[in-house]
Design a protein around this ligand. Structure first.
Ligand code: PMP
Length: 418
């Protein structure tokens, strides 16, 4: 079954952005007396009314702790919490909801894999392959583990256009490679990687695979079964859901083989003063009280994007990205980083003679919110010999007028630094 098949049907018509914008209360606000132009959804997406309402409804109507009460409210909250797990299963097209572990977000998902699977399955001298495109969340946990266990972390380089160098990848994959941990989409450059091929080659070489889907999930349908990756992580807040909730997908047989990574309530089968035994996955990996309302509202977010249709969202964002790329290229002194055609929704650039932080601060006064800095992707910045970029990221609620507002504001910056 395809993930989309289980979701509310979307129609063929193009995205009705004006109507969509009405769903996002924050988009009606002004900053510094100017309409807000929010171009920082890659850092965190704004929330539709449907998600905000779902989260407050939990507190107003059905809040209690989950998995531990016999009383009505606890059972109601548990049912809804577990309904999100089923929803995430369909969203990723996992085989079973037992393959879906709730985590705080992508960062926690990677750390879980490193601490549990990595700590037990890897031994001294084993190699982990990451890439120059990775977010620090998919680098630092491996460095920490490498330090502890004597592992070697190697980075697959990228071409000048930002795409993974697949020849270099093939050369780096050896019998020593035990894990390939690579992103499906770069948060710094917007590059979409050939992740199917990356996973296939890794498996051919006998390595396990972990895909960082934090950026990818809001721009197109994901099918972990077709992808055949061993692990997949994403954060709810980047797909229009709440903060503090995300998911780790792991193949059932792998999760089954993994020890707990945190101990506490709700992950045990039995505890005596001398020893503990543990539940089966996914509960084995979910110690303590989870983000209950946030998990329940994540379902509303996934229903929301499915209702609009991920294909239609991707089409709209591609149109915005093409237009923004064309308009920005017409400005003098603009360098765009990440020019490979396989990219989505993110435009990372610098203006000659202007520090990215100054650019961000000046356009902010026009109400335009962009991200400036290294985007927690310092190896990508190092690849281009720059400390930082300006990043405009587009989401389902952005418009061509907003791209014009960005370009008009950047033209002012150019004059300022001319
Ligand atoms: N990976 C990528 C590609 C990301 O963009 C991010 C968030 N910027 C993360 C991982 C980490 O996600 P979070 O901060 O939600 O845990």
């Amino acid at each position: 079954m395809n993930a989309a098949a289980a979701l509310p049907a979307a129609t063929d018509a193009a995205l009705d952005v004006a109507r969509v914008r009405d769903d996002f209360p924050i988009l009606a606000r002004e900053v510094y007396g100017k309409p807000l132009v929010y171009l920082d959804s890659a850092a965190s997406a704004q929330k539709p009314r449907q998600v905000i309402d779902a989260e407050s409804a939990v507190y107003e109507e059905e809040y209690a702790n989950v998995h531990r009460g016999v009383h009505y409210l606890s059972q109601a909250a548990t049912d809804r919490f577990e309904a999100t797990r089923r929803r995430v299963r369909a969203f990723l097209n996992a085989r079973s909801e037992d393959e879906i572990v709730f985590v705080r977000g992508g960062t926690e998902g990677v750390n879980l894999v490193a601490r549990s699977w990595g700590r037990t399955a890897l031994k001294e001298g084993d190699e982990i392959l990451i890439s120059t495109l990775e977010h620090h969340a998919n680098i630092v946990p491996w460095h920490l583990l490498a330090e502890e266990k004597g592992l070697v972390v190697k980075g697959v380089p990228i071409h000048e256009d930002g795409q993974i160098d697949m020849d270099a990848y093939r050369d780096l994959l050896t019998e020593r490679t035990k894990l390939v941990a690579i992103t499906q989409m770069s948060n710094a450059l917007g590059i979409v990687t050939p992740i199917e091929e990356i996973v296939r080659l890794a498996h051919d070489a006998g390595a396990r695979t972990m895909v960082d889907g934090c950026q990818a999930v809001s721009h197109g349908a994901v099918d972990v079964r077709a992808l055949d990756c061993d692990f997949y992580v994403f954060s709810g807040h980047k797909v229009y859901g709440p903060t503090g909730i995300g998911a780790l997908y792991g193949k059932a047989e792998l999760l089954e083989s993994m020890p707990p990574w945190q101990g506490g309530g709700e992950m045990i089968a039995r505890v005596s003063l001398e020893r503990s035994t543990f539940k089966k996955p996914p509960h084995r990996f979910e110690a303590g009280t989870p983000a209950i309302a946030q998990a329940i509202a994540l379902k509303a977010a996934l229903d929301y994007v499915a209702g609009l249709g991920l294909d239609r969202i991707a089409e709209h964002e591609a149109m915005l990205l093409d237009y923004a790329t064309e308009r920005l290229s017409s400005l003098d002194g603009v360098t765009i980083y990440g020019t490979h055609p396989n990219k989505a929704s993110i435009l990372s650039f610098n203006l000659e003679g202007a520090h990215p932080h100054d650019v961000g601060t000046i356009v902010d006064r026009d109400g335009v919110a962009v991200r400036v800095g290294h985007h927690c992707a310092q190896p990508a910045m190092q690849r281009y010999g720059i400390p930082a970029t300006v990043r405009a990221s587009f989401a389902l609620y952005n418009t061509l007028d907003e791209v014009d507002a960005l370009v008009a504001s950047l033209a002012k910056v150019r004059e300022f630094f001319a």
